[in-house]
Design a protein around this ligand. Structure first.
Ligand SMILES: NC(=O)c1ccc[n+]([C@@H]2O[C@H](COP(=O)([O-])OP(=O)(O)OC[C@H]3O[C@@H](n4cnc5c(N)ncnc54)[C@H](O)[C@@H]3O)[C@@H](O)[C@H]2O)c1
Length: 458
């Protein structure tokens, strides 16, 4: 039986892979093809060893792959055969030229628009899935329609709000799906096609629509607000450490105010991930472009506090370990930017590891899903680093453990045995406040949580 619709996604990454797998899983009447310029990534999507770790993803992919979900490198064919094209290519922070270190690098996006124009033989609905600066849809429309063509391209904005580690849950049961469109008759018509796709499993009242600029901006603002909460509580953690308060007690009291809410109030070594920093900087860049200096400075403060928090963590380690780390073995528990993912992009662990190496510490890194990425991230960094799968073996002979990722498995290790195998005095720096600090202290550890008084034996 022919498929009701041919959907293509360009970009088979953390967003493109899971989102398309979910559409295919929920909508067997559509053919969903995901293409990428990276043949290795496509081969992995077609294997038993998917390129990303995400709880529940394997089952969803296995159910739909080969039925109505396909991964391929044939971009030209994919474009020609599709009527709806999601674009989910990477949009990192620009590292060169004007806006370097702040603006979004749109080269992958621009190339994709040109490819769509080149290979299209029929009208298309183009869906922005990548996170993009405001007004990118307009730029895309200009690229697509500048050639002498009778074809019609409707560009929609449909930002992705999934969080890595809970992507499948978020996709299956989203808080909302946002679709931005032009307010013209054609724009509304295209929007309704996308609404119909999501309505296969998302309740109608959760599918919200807006104008296209609001939709593009909402994604940046949502990430800025989430990151702002982390930086807010992290800034208070510094004060708690000075004032003998306990940031978890403060956060609990504040979060129980229903106007504030309890989520995203865990103090930590800092936020990471590929999106928060780049999206805030993108927002800051737009504000500066419109000469809104105060607004730009306000949001830039969120990123600055995050940098401060990482640096504070390192300087504290250095100071309490008698002002020298040279030659000391230090174990990092976790390298991923959060639990339940192997993603290490912008993980605080990268900066902490590099700074520890600068202090000439010997590093041992352990993580259940991110060791391969950690090795890639630290390639070329000068210093001594080894990678060990088992956390108990990793900690043996070390002077200190620094918890970088809130993997639940770190809560239930045999710390008595770990303590026995470590060099003394033994330190634990809990960068995620997940361990039982008092129990560790009673075993003999010197414990340094975030935002609460340390528990030491000195
Ligand atoms: N990772 C997240 O949690 C998340 C969440 C929401 C939104 N986003 C946004 O989604 C977008 C994608 O993020 P990601 O994490 O999936 O990135 P990613 O780097 O994991 O994946 C992007 C993929 O696009 C491919 N690509 C680049 N140019 C291409 C081209 N011309 N043709 C075909 N393929 C091409 C790359 O090879 C890569 O596999 C970004 O804009 C990001 O900000 C990410």
């Amino acid at each position: 039986m022919p498929f009701k619709r041919n959907i293509l996604c360009i970009g088979a990454g953390y967003v493109g892979g899971p989102t398309m797998a979910m559409i295919a899983f929920k909508c067997p009447q559509y053919k969903v093809t995901v293409v990428d310029i990276n043949p290795e990534r496509i081969a992995q999507w077609n294997s038993d060893n998917l390129p990303i770790y995400e709880p529940g993803l394997d089952q969803v992919v296995r159910a739909a792959r080969g039925r109505n979900l396909f991964f391929s490198t044939e971009i030209e064919k994919g474009i020609q055969e599709s009527d709806v094209i999601f674009v989910s290519v990477n949009t990192p922070t620009k590292t060169f030229g004007a806006g370097a270190g702040m603006a979004a690098d749109l080269q992958y996006w621009d190339k994709t628009a040109r490819e769509i124009r080149k290979y299209s033989r029929s009208n298309k609905i183009i869906v922005e899935k990548s996170t993009l600066p405001v007004k990118t849809a307009q730029a895309m429309e200009r690229i697509l329609t500048c050639a002498d063509t009778a074809l019609c391209f409707d560009v929609l904005s449909n930002p992705e709000f999934l969080a890595e580690g809970t992507a499948i849950q978020n996709l299956e049961n989203p808080d909302r799906v946002l679709i931005g469109s032009a307010q013209s008759a054609e724009g509304i018509c295209a929007r309704d096609v996308l609404v119909e796709i999501y309505a296969n499993w998302v309740p109608r009242e959760k599918i919200i629509t807006s104008n296209i600029w609001s939709s593009e901006l909402s994604k940046l603002v949502a990430n800025a607000f989430l990151a702002q909460r982390i930086s807010s509580v992290n800034s208070i953690s510094a004060l708690c450490e000075k004032a003998d308060a306990d940031v978890q007690e403060v956060a609990r009291a504040v979060g129980m105010d229903s106007r504030v809410g309890a989520k995203f109030l865990n103090a930590s070594v800092g936020f990471g991930g590929s999106c928060f920093k780049k999206d805030i900087l993108n927002l800051v860049y737009i504000c500066r472009y419109y000469d809104l200096r105060e607004v730009a400075d306000y949001w830039e403060g969120v990123v600055k506090i995050n940098e401060y928090q990482k640096e504070r963590f390192i300087l504290n380690m250095l100071q309490v370990m008698f002002n020298t780390l040279a030659g000391k073995k230090i174990c990092l528990f976790g390298f991923a930017f959060k639990a339940d993912t192997g993603d290490t992009r912008e993980s605080p662990a990268i900066q902490i590891a590099k700074r520890l190496m600068e202090e000439r510490a010997e590093l041992v890194i352990t993580d259940p899903k991110a060791i391969y990425n950690a090795e890639e991230d630290l390639k070329g960094a000068i210093g001594n680093v080894t990678y060990v799968e088992d956390p108990c073996d990793a900690a043996a002979g070390c002077c200190a453990i620094a918890v970088m990722t809130e993997w639940p498995l770190y809560k239930n290790l045999d710390y008595r045995e770990i303590y026995r195998k470590m060099a003394k005095p033994a330190f634990i720096f809990d960068g995620r406040n997940i361990l039982d600090h008092e129990a560790l202290h009673n075993m003999g550890f010197n414990v340094f949580p975030i935002g609460k008084p340390p528990l030491t034996h000195f």
